[in-house]
Design a protein around this ligand. Sequence first.
Ligand code: ATP
Length: 514
Amino acid sequence: MTQDELFKKLVAHCKEYGFIFPSSEIYDGLGAVYDYGQNGVELKNNIKRYWWDSMVKLHENIVGLDAAIFMHPRTWEASGHVGAFNDPLIDNRDSKKRYRADVLIEDWLAKQDEKISKEVEKARKRFGEAFDEEQYRATSPRVADIAAKRDAVHERFAEALNANDLNELRQIILDCEIVCPISGTRNWTEVRQFNLMFSTQMGSTADGASTIYLRPETAQGIFVNFLNVQKTGRMKLPFGIAQIGKAFRNEIVARQFIFRMREFEQMEMQFFVRPGDEMNWWQQWKQTRMAWHRALGFGHDNYRFHDHDKLAHYANAATDIEFNFPFGFKEVEGIHSRTDYDLSRHQEFSGKKIQYFDPEKGESYVPYVVETSIGVDRMFLQIMSAAYTEEKIDGGEERVVLRIPAPLAPTKVAVMPLVKKDGLPETAQKIVDMLKFDHNVAYDEKDSIGKRYRRQDAVGTPLCVTVDHRTLEDGTVTVRHRDTMEQERIAVEALPQLVDREVSMRRLLEQVRA
Ligand code: ATP
């Protein structure tokens, strides 16, 4: 199965099993907006809890916040979003499709890396056992050629981005002979800037109304509340404020399912530190956040850091954590050192002093900030694409199983009476009643037991408990494990402990302990 086919299957699976539906689907949907169904909302809530607990519960010096989506319009002038929250867009005149110029070039750069990898693989086959990859990469003229071209374009690209040179971005697209994937032509328009913020009116009459924005990031709600939290919580530097909430961006290109949405959810933590300490903290948060991702067990090599070519106007260091999606390595999280930019700008625009008195230094200053910012929806996609597995099982049958880490799975246990009679449903129901105060439990009595297992596999339920006639005699049940399909016989009284052990969030959190 190609990665493209896998991705299509995943999207279909998400819909068929109640994870994700297109928004307002009966009206043919709304571009890049999605709804989470009965299983999706559970997985999403669990992702948020994993993040929240790892931040707020595990760190004594991180507290939470829930700021409003609407903010005073001056907020976005101060933050720079009104002036500079733009993407460079370019249209293809033949297909009438719109693209982000920077993304077209980034994709071209990624293709050069793929070309190099292909050369290496070809050589590996040719040379067999004796192949020395390092030496080949260093000496092959073909590899050197591609790498030199890639590096030159990379350098031009970084310079153009930093200088905001739109003509140069277009020239790079032309020089690299990048074609529109739909029309296959190079009939490109000029590159233009496009502001990504949604605006609306607040107030009852058009006259008295003022333009306000749907927040494009949750971070600003944290910055404007810095003093409120610091004072009321008597927080001492270094400390952090964590927030989960909706954000909105009028994305130009939104074709990758929930990877790039116009309404999405972010989990952001702003960590306030002494000026000069920010680089140490930035390094530390990089490691902590990577550990959080890797604890899920999707494979070490499926993650990498990618440092930014263009630093945002507020940052002095920035990296992304990228995950190997079916469509390649892409950003799931950003870790940015934002300096004192945001707090200073709010100080300037509001005319209110936003400073911290450092009792050790005996002076006041504007703290520096290290931010970790991750999209809930991208995290969701990471989990679904890593978890979706098709496999052959005994007897030539196939099963689709979502290997979602048990603590995040929408349903933890499915309880099933072997037959719908002889008091088995009642006994099964009692087990549901015993477990449901602590866990999401499903009850299923329809179809053969094999079919019921398949249904639970397809939504990622880690444990199935079967009640049979023996249960009535000796009080034991069969527990079937999703990933191994192994079964064990245990006493009903031992169930709560077993379920706790298998699905506990603690197992994940211990790997990212503060
Ligand atoms: P990209 O380069 O992909 O547009 P970005 O660098 O603009 O992303 P940030 O502003 O750093 O993203 O936002 C932090 C995180 O929020 C991202 O790592 C991503 O997980 C999430 N995110 C940003 N934009 C979207 C979107 N349109 N849809 C879903 N998630 C998003």
